[in-house]
Structure formats: C-alpha cells, structure tokens
Design a protein around this ligand. Structure first.
Ligand code: AMP
Length: 489
C-alpha cells in the first residue's frame, strides 16, 4: 500500500499514533520497504511537530482517529505531506493532500513479492527528542543499529524476554522507537499487548489482569501511579502473572522497587537510555551473577537502584572537567560518555548541541554519573539539573530519590533557585500521598543520615500534580518556571 503511494528507499513516513496493531504494522512495513518510520510525539504542540517535519519533509503521514483535531490545525502547515492515512478512519479532505482509510488502502494493495536489498547503514527510523535549546533534535536509527539493539534486548541477562512472555508495551512507540521492544517481541515471538491512548493506572492494570501480562516497560511516573493504584485496591486486580517490569527513562525510587517486590513479588528492572543511542544503554536485572544471587534483600534493592552495566556492544566512561577518567569507585562523579554499536553519530540537522557527538565516536550524554569497581553505572544527575551552592555541586536527583522514598510522598523533584549568597540553593516540589502532610523540618530530619545540612532543600512546595514532559518524565523546566513565578510574586 505504501509503495503504491510512491514510498521507496530513503523516504521517511511520519506517524502520529498510539501503540496499536496498525502502528506496529507500519513499524515493520516501512523499514522493510527501505523507508524510515518516523514516529512523532503526539503530545507535542503543532509548532514542535512542524519544526521537525519541516526538516524531514515526510510525504506520507499515518494519523490515529483519536487525533482528528490535529487535521485542521497541523496539516495545512505541512505542505510537503501528500497523503494522510487514517488509522481506522478516513481523515477529511485537506487541499493538496489525499486522504486514505488504512484498512481500505491495505485491502486494495497487491502483496509484495520481492523485498529490496538494503544497505545496513541506511536509516530505518527517525526519532526526535525535545531539546532544551533550539527545539527538537532528530537522529536516524540504521538497520544495523536497530538490529544490534534488538539482539541485545533478547539476551537473557537483559530483561529475560522470550516467546513465552506477554509484554505490555506501555512506553509510547513515539518515544525512542518504543525502546525497540516491538522489534524484540517480533524477533522472539513474544505476545504483545498494545494499550493505545489510555495509560491510566486502572486501565493498565485491567490489561494486565485480562491478558495475563508477564512483563511490561514504562517510565517511573507510570509505575508510581500503578503501585499507588494497587496499594489502594489490592484485591481489585490479579497481577500474579507479572514476573518483572522495566522502569527506564528517569530514575526510580528505592521505595518503588521495594514496593513492587515486597508486596506483589514483581522485580523492577532498572534501565537507562537515551534517544541518541537507539535507545537502551543499560538493563539492570536483580541478579545476573553468583555474587548478586548471594545479596541480602536490602543490598539487592540498592543494587537495583543503580542503572547498571552497559549492554554488550556499548562502553560507558566517566570523565572529569579536564577530560581525565574518574576513578571507578562508585563515588567519584563526572561527565558520562557512551560509545558503541548503536550510538548515533550525530543529529540529522544542525543543532546547538551537535558538538556532544565527539569525532572519536563518543557521545556526551549530558548526564553526570559514577561507575563502581564492578562496572555498574549510577546516574547522579542531568548536568543542567545540578545545583551549585557555594561552589559545591548538589545532586538534585539524589535529593529527588531520597525525598521520593518518604512514605508521605508520591513524587519529588528538586530544582535550583538563584541565591545571592550561595549562587544557587535547592528547593523541593512534592506531591503528597492521599491524606498525608509533610513539612520541611520533617524532610530535613529524614534526610540527615544521607545529606549534609547545606545539601538539603531550603524550601518545600507541595503541588497537586507534577508537571510532566511529553515522554512522561517530571518536567524540571516547568518547575523552575513555577519557582521563578513564585519568587517574583
Ligand atoms: P530521552 O532521550 O528523552 O529519553 O532522555 C534521555 C535522558 O533521560 C538521559 O540522558 C537521562 O538524563 C534520562 N534518563 C534515562 N534513563 C534514566 C535513568 N534510569 N535514571 C536517570 N535518568 C535517566
């Protein structure tokens, strides 16, 4: 069907869609045809989407019926689009664009008898991540890089995925190619459950019970909500089929890892990755070595809280401000670099952050990390989120996790507030558990064993809901803006 619309080798095909079977078909069909699947984040504004598509100039777009309101606001601003294919519906006509119903287009198409020979280093997908400067940045995933990433995801000590699993793929297919899990599932014969648009905790738990899900992957914000829903109504859902879940894209708290394990027998596999690396970098299951098998339950929670070892094929390094390697003692922190088989070699278009890709193939991740003597990496912070107080760095992420572990707290995020005397001071935002209350003094007492007084937040602001980014992570940029508004007023 796509071929009949003129899609061929090298052509990007945009999707504005949720996780469903038609989207999955396109994930497989477009690369096999030699094109590049280009899943666009449905949560972006029209301006952000136009800024990405204006560079990639996709001629064909697949559009979900639930995004019908985008037709009038978005499509007239994309004159390069010639065909829009409605997933399960017929989009209304727009001047200059031919509209198709996906199912009718498929029914009319002839089977392809021969597949094209493709260069393994050609693009099979385009993925964009929202930038902090200069708008979204786009990278190409090649057939080679995605194939290698997919093979690595199938390794036993990664997430133990197999043809006996039923995987609930919660991570949106527009977020870094759904972490390549749709491909890993296709390769292994894993049964896939695709949740479409509604990612509320109750809906996800309904799917888990109904389809006897054994494993699932999502960002910690989703897992916190799922755990809270389970705790509120422990009898409502049957989660006995679930063996392990993957939490990636942001740091999980130890209390979340412990809660799933101790109350529901579910292992949380911590994962770190980024769009620029196709995208999974570490997967850290609870036990991969004899030494880890001997850990006591508390040690194991600590072990699962670190991002872990890189997947085979990747190298992680940490360097100081002079570019020297820092000691691998698990304490010394510095700039995290990553290189290897599925690390992109640059953004597709000029971008202010292009120089993060070094000529020697190493990528400056923008993360601050440490590595221990067993090769396990811990993310300490985003470089831009560190708080510099009196010339000393304070990790906002470590405070987020420590405050997030308090029983009164559902989610916590610490940001820097400009300060005349110290340069910057940490300020905490929290959402509280139902019926809970918390004051700054209680937080400071609870943190006293782990943090020095000067490292603790100066203020505590309860908020009803945490602002989230388009990929479901806590949005510290929005919290900084909120704090500035509060300071101004
Ligand atoms: P994105 O490409 O939008 O998914 O963002 C990638 C960034 O998310 C990384 O560079 C990290 O800053 C952050 N991130 C991903 N996984 C983790 C994790 N397990 N812990 C802490 N931060 C993470």
């Amino acid at each position: 069907a796509l071929k009949s619309l003129g899609v061929g080798i090298g052509d990007p095909v945009a999707t504005l869609a949720f996780n469903d079977h038609r989207h999955l078909d396109a994930y497989l069909a477009v690369p096999c045809l030699g094109g590049a699947i280009h899943p666009v984040n449905t949560r972006w504004s029209d301006d952000e989407i136009v800024s990405v598509l204006a560079r990639t100039r996709d001629r064909v777009m697949l559009l979900d019926a639930r995004l019908a309101d985008r037709v009038d606001s978005l499509l007239p601003r994309c004159p390069w689009i010639e065909h829009v294919i409605g997933l399960g519906w017929s989009p209304p006509g727009i001047e200059g664009i031919t509209s198709h119903h996906h199912d009718e287009l498929l029914a009319a198409a002839k089977p392809m008898l021969a597949w094209p020979e493709l260069d393994e280093t050609s693009a099979m997908a385009l993925c964009s991540t929202s930038g902090t400067t200069g708008g979204p940045k786009t990278v190409a995933y090649t057939h080679r890089s995605t194939c290698l990433q997919t093979m690595a995801l199938g390794l036993t000590d990664c997430m133990r995925l197999s043809g006996r699993d039923t995987l609930l793929a919660i991570v949106p297919m527009f977020h870094a190619l759904g972490w390549c899990l749709p491909y890993a599932a296709a390769m292994l014969g894993t049964r896939l459950v695709l949740p479409h648009r509604d990612l509320s905790a109750a809906r996800l738990l309904d799917l888990v019970s109904k389809h006897r899900v054994t494993t699932a992957a999502a960002v910690p914000t989703i897992w916190n909500a799922v755990l809270a829903a389970l705790d509120a109504e422990p009898q409502r859902w049957d989660v006995s089929s679930v063996d392990r879940i993957v939490s990636g894209g942001a740091a999980p708290t130890a209390s979340m890892i412990r809660g799933f394990r101790d109350r529901y027998g579910i292992e949380v596999i911590h994962s770190w990755g980024m769009t620029e690396i196709n995208p999974v970098g570490t997967m850290s299951p609870a036990v991969t070595t004899r030494e880890e098998a001997a850990m006591d339950p508390d040690q194991r929670i600590e072990h699962q809280s670190v991002a872990g070892r890189p997947l085979p094929g990747l190298t992680l390094e940490v360097e100081d401000e002079q570019g020297r390697p820092v000691p691998t003692d698990g304490r010394s922190t510095g700039r995290l670099l990553v290189s290897g088989w599925w690390v992109a070699d640059g953004y597709l278009h000029e971008h202010p952050e292009t120089d993060r890709f070094r000529e020697d193939g190493r990528l400056e991740t923008g993360d601050v990390a440490s590595i221990d003597d067993r090769g396990r990496m811990t993310i300490r912070d985003r470089e831009k989120d560190l708080v510099k107080s009196g010339g000393e760095w304070i990790s906002s992420l470590e405070l987020d996790r420590a405050i997030g572990d308090l029983p009164e707290v559902m989610a916590a995020a610490v940001v820097a507030r400009p300060d005349e005397k110290w340069g910057e001071r940490p300020v905490a935002f929290v959402t509280l558990a139902p019926g809970a209350s918390l004051d700054l003094e209680t937080v400071r007492i609870a943190l006293a064993s782990k943090f020095q007084t000067w490292q603790m937040p100066d203020d505590l602001h309860p908020v009803k809901t945490m602002p989230l980014t388009s990929t479901g992570k806590i949005d510290k940029k929005a919290l900084r803006a909120k704090m500035n508004d509060m300071t101004d007023s």
